[in-house]
Design a protein around this ligand. Sequence first.
Ligand SMILES: *[C@@H]1O[C@H](CO)[C@@H](O)[C@H](O)[C@H]1NC(C)=O
Ligand SMILES: *[C@@H]1O[C@H](CO)[C@@H](O)[C@H](O)[C@H]1NC(C)=O
Ligand SMILES: *[C@@H]1O[C@H](CO)[C@@H](O)[C@H](O)[C@H]1NC(C)=O
Ligand SMILES: *[C@@H]1O[C@H](CO)[C@@H](O)[C@H](O)[C@H]1NC(C)=O
Length: 462
Amino acid sequence: MGGIGSCCFGFCLLVVLIGISSGIRYQPTWESIDSRPLPAWYDHGKLGIFIHWGVFSVPSAGFNSQSEWFWTYWRQEKLPAYVNFMKNNYRPDFTYADFARDFTAEFFDPNAWAELFQSSGADYIVFTSKHGEGFTNWPSNISFNWNSMEVGPQRDLVGELMTAIRTKTNLHFGLYHCLYEWLNPLYINDKANNWKTYDFVRTKAMPALYEIVNKYQPDIVWSDGDYEAPDTYWGSTEFLAWLYNDSPVKDIVVTNDRWGMNDTCKHGGYWTCKDRYMPTKVPPKKWENTMTIDKGSWGFRRNANLEDYLTIEELLAIFIQTVSLGGNMLMNVGPQKDGVIAPIFEERLRQVGAWMGVNGEAIRGTNPWTTQNDTMVPDTWYTKKDSTVYALVLTWPSNGVLSLSAPMPTSNTTVNMIGYSGQFEWQKRSGGGIDIMFPNIPIDKLPVKYAWVLTLSNLENA
Ligand SMILES: *[C@@H]1O[C@H](CO)[C@@H](O)[C@H](O)[C@H]1NC(C)=O
Ligand SMILES: *[C@@H]1O[C@H](CO)[C@@H](O)[C@H](O)[C@H]1NC(C)=O
Ligand SMILES: *[C@@H]1O[C@H](CO)[C@@H](O)[C@H](O)[C@H]1NC(C)=O
Ligand SMILES: *[C@@H]1O[C@H](CO)[C@@H](O)[C@H](O)[C@H]1NC(C)=O
């Protein structure tokens, strides 16, 4: 008996010691969940690639709206253009499920995707495990016949991409998971009961979420569930307490803020607020600008025009502004149903990567400076690392002189352009600030064609 007692004592002591060594246990309350420090890796890299892929990639059509909401826009008759598209092009008894067999993925090469995402200069990816259509991109045992193993690709898309990312790159692997399933009868019923019944969340939404965390151990759980139902319906804080205390990713995992109605910009691991969020000053919490290269859609659109895609100059302007304001940018691409990532997306990813290859030191591991953008000239943004201030210049000064109001030079100040050898001349401005003389650099000696970065050292106000 004594043996059992001391064994129990030892065990209890061990539990207490583990509890102390790993810090507090999180409670299923927002106060406790929100107090968790953000794992440092997330802030460091600044750039993630978002990938929207699913059955919606089969119709891949958007009419002044996104393509991944196709099913609900059509079936719930939310947007007439989608209803008419189906009326005009498909037989009357065609169902959304009929699209699934054409989700063929025959050109899906996870290693090639991984190489492309790595080449973009990103530090992480976020892949749609399941969107609002409910189709799971992994062989979920609670999504009978509506998953990528049983219909369509007949492959574990999540698993294959995870393996490629983790074996071929050093990127972090994150998963997007939509809590909602617009047309799931259980969901519709819970909604009709004003969220007082929980059949959908208990039998589908939450089991699926636990399943992907246990099976794929994502570094990010990117939840999409910020409208309609409250987090008390989803049981979000209970899930997050498990995720942070007991899950296989408890120390590394990062989460966003879309855990229920009115939670965005308020609760969770970091803020996404709304799609394409861009604050006007540095927010009090780490945030992410979740945006798309195709300005109109997350899922692929066959009917997108060239002008629907952000140019590299526009993309870098958004990225630089985001980082100056303390955010990360999650940049979305929509692969085609066959697994091809269209050359326009590929080009943008590789262009951002080439720019990062030169200028990454002004992005990675930086913090917002005291000033985010200069007031004297438009389009010059700042970041800071140690005692170096970076000025990211979106518009080349037309008269060869860049006048900035924020940096206060000392006699020891030096100004360089990253990727260009030789220092730039400068003068202290009488009213404060600095005039920087841009030399006439031959075009073939320019380090990049857009968004040039100056390093300012030994500033008085660094
Ligand atoms: C589904 O998978 C989970 C974990 O992977 C397992 O615990 C559960 O028993 C499975 N359920 C069915 C119905 O196979
Ligand atoms: C969310 O906010 C709106 C507007 O303030 C309010 O009407 C609604 O009741 C809130 N819902 C929840 C679940 O908190
Ligand atoms: C830049 O700074 C000015 C003044 O601080 C501000 O009014 C402006 O909105 C900022 N943002 C942009 C995009 O220029
Ligand atoms: C410039 O650098 C020298 C040598 O490191 C130092 O002694 C001096 O105080 C610096 N001057 C200013 C204005 O920072």
